[in-house]
Each structure stands twice: as C-alpha cells, then as structure tokens.
Write a protein that binds this ligand. Structure first.
Ligand SMILES: C[S@@+](CC[C@H](N)C(=O)[O-])C[C@H]1O[C@@H](n2cnc3c(N)ncnc32)[C@H](O)[C@@H]1O
Ligand code: SF4
Length: 450
C-alpha cells in the first residue's frame, strides 16, 4: 500500500494549491475586491484571522522548509515591525470599519527571536485599529532554546493562551544532522513555564523521516514528549524539498534519510504510542488531548485547515502579514513577496506587498469544499450544498480502486474515508484535484505523500 500510494502530492493547506494559481486572472484590484466582499459578509458575524510571519532565526536548521532569514543582528526587529504595522494600516484603510480579530497567530521563522518589548509594541498597535471577537484565540510558535519567561509573560498579558514549541527529535545524532542542538531540558523548561503562567494549550512539533532517524529514536522522542504531555502535537512527515529550498536543506545526504517503508513504520509506531498516551488523531498530521480545543473542534465538525495547518475555528477571511505570508478571502488567495527588501520597498510606496495570487472559479470553490471536508472530517458529500460537479463520475472511477484497497467507502451521494485510509487522505484528495489531473506539474514540486 505504501509503495502504491507513495507519490508526490500536495499537503492541501489550500485549494487550488499554490503551483496551480492562475496569475492570468489575478490582479491586486481583484484581490482587494474579493477581500472586501468577504470582510463585509463575515466580519460582524465571525471576525477575521490574522497570521503574522516573523522570518528571523539566529541559526539555520538544515531540514527547515519555512521561509526564514538567518541573522544574529537584532537591529532588524524594529524596521520589520514598522513594516508589518504599515501593511496592517493598508488593510484597515481598505476595510473602512474596524476588523474584529478572532484568531491571531505569530509564525515564522522564530517569533521568539524578537524581544518581548518589540512583540508587545506590535500586538498593542495592531489591536488599536481592531476589536476583539468573542472567544478570540491568540497563539505563537516559540523556539524552546530562546523562549524566555519574559516572552511568555508578556504575550500572556496580551491575551495569548496557546504556544507551540518546535521539538523535531531528541536524539543527538539526528539533532547534529539537522543542525539543531536542543536538549530535553530546554523543552521541559519552556513547557512547564508556559503551563505555570497559565497557557491553556501548549503544543510540540515533532517530525518523523528525518536523517538518521530510527524507530528507536522516534519511540524515545515520543516517550520524552509523553513525560511533558503537551495538549496538542504536530507529528509531521519530514518534507524533503531541497530543489525548492536550495542549500539550506543539503546538510545531509539523501541516503541518510529513512526509506519510505521505514518512514511509514515510524508514523505507525508514533501514532500507536500517541494513542496509548491518550492523544486523538486530528485530521492528517495532528494529535490532541480530549481537553484541547483542536479535539473539541473536530468532534463538533468545526475543524478547519489553512496555511497554518489545522485550526480549531474557521473565519472566512484570513489576512497574512509579513514576507511570504498568504492571505485567504475564501474567494481568492494572495501571497506576499518573499524578500525583505522588496517587502519594505512596496510598503514604502503604499502598496500591498502582494506578488501573486488566485481568484477562485465556481468549479474551484466546489472542489475546495470537498478537499476541506476530506482533510478535516474524513468524509464529503455532494448530495447537498450544490457540491455536485460534472467531472464527479470520473473522480468516482478513481475512488473505486481506493475502495477496493479498503481506504474508503463510496456511499449514496458521498464518500467516507476508513481508518486504513486516514494516512492516505492526501491521495484521496488528489482524486478530486481537477487542476492537478488536467496538468501534471513540469517538475516535482510536492513532497511525497508517505
Ligand atoms: C516555524 S517552525 C517552529 C518555530 C521555531 N522556528 C522552531 O523551530 O522551534 C515550524 C515547524 O515546521 C516544521 N517544519 C519545518 N520544516 C519542515 C519540513 N521540511 N518538514 C516537516 N516539517 C517541517 C517543524 O516541525 C517546525 O517546528
Ligand atoms: S526550524 Fe525554526 S528555528 Fe530552525 S530554521 Fe526553521 S524556522 Fe528557523
């Protein structure tokens, strides 16, 4: 099954996936109109989400697929925060009325590269032009090696209750290969401090499929994780995409990576150990305790997936600020420029620093809904909500084979992914991905599905 379904495929944090965005039908004017429409439809009702990309890290981890800039010069903090605030002002001017913030997430790079004072200035100023939605959720990604008590306290006082720490693997050989020396003590300190201060959701990111990783190392990492019992866990499959990220990921050889078979065994072992430890499987690569909002949201069929991965709540509009950040108006996507200098330059000219995007067609909107349903609920239906589309019979032919393999069940007017099919949900989504079927990418853009 692993050999059969291990193909290059999207992670479906959006549909259409970024390589299929159609730049011919996209323009900044259309993007602004689609966001304004979404804002008018949804701000009063549910508010908007904000993702803020803070790209700096002091040291390069050679496995990292994120958009980051490595520097030890902390003078970069102030101009970057000024630029983020300028970008936020441009959006607020576009909306005309105050946005209501439902969710705010600081991602990176390393948000805790910034000093607590600078983060405070950023959040305080953002909130001056906005209101807070009821049950708002603020969260951030922290590096266990540089998250200080002052970071945790300052952000807590500003309303943050969720923090997620990058762990990856505790084994020293793996840590050396990925250039990330991070003792268990550092993660323990940061996790316990966050709990003591009052954070209600502390998360850890761990990865399988890293160079030199063995089944034993995965087991030991999960046992150590269990000792700290984070409320939620991302258990990512290592995405090896050196052709996009260049030399950053080439700190080890391809032959140092586990085989697809071993990688699948690592996933199966991890999943078993996490389930024995009391974690529930959320969507594709997340796990949570029953007390965490991610689990509660899954139970209530309210889980959502966007560029940040799985989230407990959905807003129709999500605004991404900062270099490379992606925004989503539901009717369209846009992405900011990736270079910091260009980002500053465009903002100085009073222009939104967007360089590409996509406006969704009627067909895209239908397929998007099916893929979201599958990724979040492991089922979808075309019996209601006008979710039938004319290519569906062809999709069903593809799904038939997966049904024979025991991955899913085809029902009257819908499908249900069976537990055996959960690890292959990306492959199932690919059957619905009409754009991928019409045109295979010219080169391998996606990581392997297993
Ligand atoms: C922005 S980092 C987390 C915050 C902080 N920079 C740190 O490293 O602790 C986001 C997470 O993405 C995951 N990640 C990064 N590159 C990845 C890759 N190539 N494959 C799978 N997961 C990856 C890691 O688990 C990492 O913790
Ligand atoms: S894993 Fe985190 S700290 Fe390491 S390079 Fe990536 S973003 Fe920076």
């Amino acid at each position: 099954m692993v050999n059969k379904y291990n193909v290059a495929g999207p992670r479906y944090t959006s549909y259409p996936t970024v390589p299929y965005w159609n730049m011919d039908t996209f323009s900044l004017i259309k993007w602004k109109a689609s966001l304004k429409r979404s804002f008018i439809e949804s701000n009063d009702k549910e508010g908007v989400s904000l993702y803020i990309h803070l790209p700096f890290c002091e040291s390069l981890c050679t496995f990292c697929g994120c958009n980051k800039r490595i520097t030890k010069r902390h003078e970069v903090e102030t101009p970057y925060i000024d630029a983020l605030l300028k970008e936020w002002d441009l959006y607020c001017d576009l909306f005309g009325t105050r946005p209501k913030i439902k969710e705010l997430h600081l991602g990176g790079g390393t948000p805790t590269f910034f000093s607590p004072e600078n983060l405070k200035r950023l959040i305080t100023r953002l909130l001056q032009r906005s209101e807070l939605a009821e049950d708002y959720e603020f969260g951030f990604e922290g590096h266990p090696n540089n998250t200080t008590e002052a970071h945790l306290r300052t952000l807590y006082a500003l309303g943050f209750r969720r923090v997620c720490f990058g762990v990856q693997d505790y084994n020293e050989t793996v840590q050396k290969a990925i250039h990330r020396i991070q003792p268990f003590e550092n993660v323990k300190r940061a996790t316990e401090l966050a709990r003591a201060i009052g954070y209600t959701s502390v998360g850890h990111d761990i990865i399988f499929g890293l160079p030199f990783q063995t089944l034993e190392y995965v087991e030991k990492t999960i046992l150590k994780t269990k000792a700290l019992m984070p409320d939620r866990l991302a258990f990512y499959s290592y995405a090896h995409v050196p052709w996009i990220k260049g030399i950053g990921q080439r700190g080890f050889k391809d032959s140092d990576l586990p085989s697809p078979k071993l990688k699948r065994e690592q996933y199966e072992l991890g999943k078993k150990l996490l389930s024995q430890a009391g974690y529930y499987d959320i969507g594709m690569d997340h796990f949570a305790l029953a007390t965490d909002t991610l689990y509660k949201s899954m139970k209530a069929h309210k889980l959502h997936r966007n560029f940040m991965g799985y989230t407990a709540s959905k807003t129709q509009a999500m605004i991404g600020l900062g270099v490379s950040a992606i925004s989503d108006s539901w009717y369209g996507f846009s992405q900011n420029v990736k270079g910091i200098e260009e980002y500053y330059h465009l903002l100085k000219e009073n222009m939104l620093p967007v360089y590409r995007g996509h406006i969704l067609s009627e067909e895209d909107l239908i397929v998007r809904k099916h893929i979201l349903n599958l990724m979040c609920d492991f089922e979808t239906s075309w019996a209601t909500d006008n979710l039938y589309f004319k290519e569906l019979p062809d999709v069903l032919v593809k799904l038939k084979e997966m049904e024979t393999d025991g991955l899913l069940e085809i029902l009257e007017g819908g499908i249900k992914v069976l537990p055996k099919g959960h690890p292959f949900v990306r492959n199932i989504c690919m059957a619905f991905d009409l754009l991928l079927q019409r045109k295979q990418p010219d080169m391998q853009l996606f990581s392997m599905t297993v």
